[in-house]
Ligand binder design. Sequence first.
Ligand SMILES: Nc1nc2c(ncn2[C@@H]2O[C@H](COP(=O)(O)OP(=O)(O)OP(=O)(O)O)[C@@H](O)[C@H]2O)c(=O)[nH]1
Ligand SMILES: [Mg+2]
Length: 354
Amino acid sequence: MAPLASLATLRTFRAENAAAALEAARAALGTDACVVSTRTVRTVTGGSEIELLVDTVPAPSAGLRTRPIARPTLATPPVSRAPSFRLAPPAELGEQTALEERLRAAGVFDCLAGPIADGCRRVPGKTPIEALDGMLHELVRVGDAPWSRPQGQRIVALVGPTGVGKTTTLAKIAARALLDNKLRVALITLDSFRIGAVDHLRHYGEIMDLPTWAARDEATLDQALQRSRNAELVLIDTAGRSPSEVESFERQLGLCRAANADIVLVAAAATGRRQLRDLRERYAGASLAGLIVTKVDESEGPGAFLNTAATLGAPVLAWTDGQRVPEDAHEADLEWLRHGVLAGGRSGDDEDRG
Ligand SMILES: Nc1nc2c(ncn2[C@@H]2O[C@H](COP(=O)(O)OP(=O)(O)OP(=O)(O)O)[C@@H](O)[C@H]2O)c(=O)[nH]1
Ligand SMILES: [Mg+2]
């Protein structure tokens, strides 16, 4: 905290990033001023800005530069303040800014990039970039892939908006469960009203030689589950519905609950901020067991993955980046995510996926 005696000489400058805030401070005060502290502040629109606290009293032979936040009081004899930089961000701010800008370049929402970089800056004993790993573990929970071997029978229902890749992802999960873990798998679709939807799933069922059932109410679902009782993994496909179709949405969730299924939300990585928030609200009462992030290949990459996973909050069980069954389904991997967001953009290299 700045000493009281200098409050009159302190001014704050806010801008969307630290470089712009420094530029504003420099334009107003010239180069002979000191940056006392920096912080990320929330804006009324829910975004974030960098705020610089700048002392307008020029330091001897110094440019616009940093000095430690724990400054000497007036009672203390002034210490020699050799300029740590001239017209350049302070080292601490530079690291934070570098991280924030890398996150933004990777497509991370502004409202996440600022607080993440700020949080990383506050981790003692680590540079912001070193602290990113821990921050990602806090933001993105990870769960077992749906194709991993369950204890007893596992029933997984995929829910989510129209066209996000639920049916394709279900086929990928089934194929990986068969190929990787030799599980006995059965498929059920609740999407039995739409022309072609049952055939879509049946087509995959036939290719993989899996029992496939269609259900439209509690009785037919119960029957399908009875017929699937020997399966170790039962995968339930649902119809994509727009969130406004409340009745069918609630009905499908009700059926998934009646089946005692793990309800897993499927969401496309390129989903916008507002739609993600709508989705989070829509499924708030669904007790989601997990999240699968799809179509990462059609998004900005790891940054978009991070936006989706951090906004929706459910543990990420898998992600997909293409139409191939099952090659384009992957376990959640925070190392890939960290590497990708630090690379500042798409990370499409196969070896990065781990
Ligand atoms: N590029 C890309 N396309 C994908 C991915 N996953 C699925 N798709 C494609 O997205 C389209 C829609 O996939 P579906 O599996 O039918 O989506 P859905 O959610 O079941 O759709 P509805 O049942 O209509 O709600 C198909 O063309 C898929 O091949 C992915 O990870 N990347
Ligand atoms: Mg479908």
